[in-house]
Design a protein around this ligand. Structure first.
Ligand code: FES
Length: 370
């Protein structure tokens, strides 16, 4: 067997690990419990650098490196994933010769990526759009938060339900409402901050947990909806915190443009219902609209319905009644839906296959040496 010298042994003290580049190979070297081992550095999941991974020592046989991107684990001695998984990272033989760590020219065990049964995210992975040339699927997303055991009237959510009812009765739309508070979903865990390619589609968290509630949003918003109507209360001058939790998890959609030059949201419209006892309707609309613009949504004219009663309107017990007695609200819900549906009917005729994206792309970021 041919061996390639990599680095002096003194450059890899006990209890350390790192990746070393040699020609076109990069090898992750590990020195733990008196043993030096070598794995291909690029994780078989999405390419995270195992030389920057976390070491987990359970006992003499069970020593793993966990990938720094999403935590896949590989045994340092065998390259194998933990029990129950058949995946394996490429493993190299190691010798120390004349004080140099040398690794076999070729892996002694090749990498192996196992099929993990049927893929529960196959529809998202292959973007099985459910929209058609004539569909009119209107998705309502309610972001208000309240104790599920103590429900109370919500201005934003009731107006949203009215809007969906109008979309169905007046325009024959298929409608669906998602209440974010009923979805159990994790916060975005910010894998992008480690490496841009660590933010994946479907979301890394969805890949870890097929039951994560955001999968319902991904399916409904990306694959099913022609139009989205999002309703939020105003909290401290901003949208609901649940909205922001969802928005952060939609990084996975926007990052596809940045990383892969791939637009997932095309020919879709968004409108907003923003209600608060106090003010900042325009501020919230501006923030939400800039977010949805970044995903690729189109806006109908006057795409938000706002309601607030001003700084000193602290009589919240009257808010709900005033909201629904108000002629402006009754009319503007109808107007909002009408404008949204009319826009959808137009943009569905547009050819978006060559859609331009004046957004930053990773290929334009430049390199450190420039
Ligand atoms: S776990 Fe390694 S790249 Fe995802």
């Amino acid at each position: 067997m041919q061996y390639i010298p990599l680095i002096p042994l003194s450059d890899l003290p006990e209890n350390t690990h790192k990746s070393v580049k040699q020609g076109d190979k990069t090898i992750a070297l590990f020195h733990y419990e008196g043993i030096i081992s070598a794995l291909d550095h690029a994780c078989i999941h999405k390419g995270g650098d195992l030389g920057e991974g976390f070491i987990q020592i359970l006992d003499a046989e069970e020593r793993y490196v966990a990938c720094p991107w999403h935590g896949w684990q590989y045994n340092l001695k065998t390259g194998k994933a933990p029990n129950g998984y058949k995946d394996r990272q490429a493993l190299y033989d190691v010798i120390v010769q004349d004080g140099m760590i040398c690794v076999s020219e070729k892996p002694v065990k090749d990498a192996f990526r196992a099929e993990h049964g049927s893929d529960p995210l196959a529809d998202l992975r292959s973007l099985n759009y459910q929209t058609t040339a004539t569909s009119l699927n209107v998705l309502g997303i309610s972001t208000t938060n309240m104790n599920r055991d103590l429900p109370r009237p919500s201005t934003s959510e009731t107006a949203l339900q009215n809007a969906l009812d109008i979309a169905a009765s007046k325009f024959g739309a298929q409608t669906k409402i998602i209440k974010l508070r009923e979805l159990n979903f994790r916060h975005c865990e910010g894998y992008y901050s480690r490496h841009e390619k660590a933010c994946t589609w479907p979301c890394s968290i969805s890949e870890m947990d097929e039951n994560d509630g955001m999968n319902e949003i991904y399916r409904s918003m990306v694959l099913w909806a022609d139009a989205v109507i999002l309703a939020t209360p105003i909290r401290w001058g901003n949208a609901s915190s649940l909205y922001y939790k969802m928005a952060e998890r939609l990084n996975t959609v926007q990052n596809q443009i940045t990383i892969n030059d791939k637009v997932l949201i095309k020919n879709k419209a968004v409108s907003l219902i923003i209600t608060g006892g106090q003010d900042n309707v325009q501020g919230v609309a501006g923030q939400l609209n800039s977010f949805f613009a970044d995903l690729g949504f189109t806006f109908p004219p006057f795409n938000y319905l706002g309601w607030s009663r001003g700084w000193i309107a602290e009589d919240m017990e009257n808010n709900y009644t005033r909201f629904f007695k108000n002629r402006y609200v009754k009319r503007s819900v109808v107007d909002l839906v009408t404008n949204t549906v009319k826009l959808v009917q137009q943009i569905k005729q547009m050819d978006a296959s060559q859609l331009q994206t004046p957004k930053p792309k990773i290929s334009e970021a430049g390199s450190l040496s420039e």
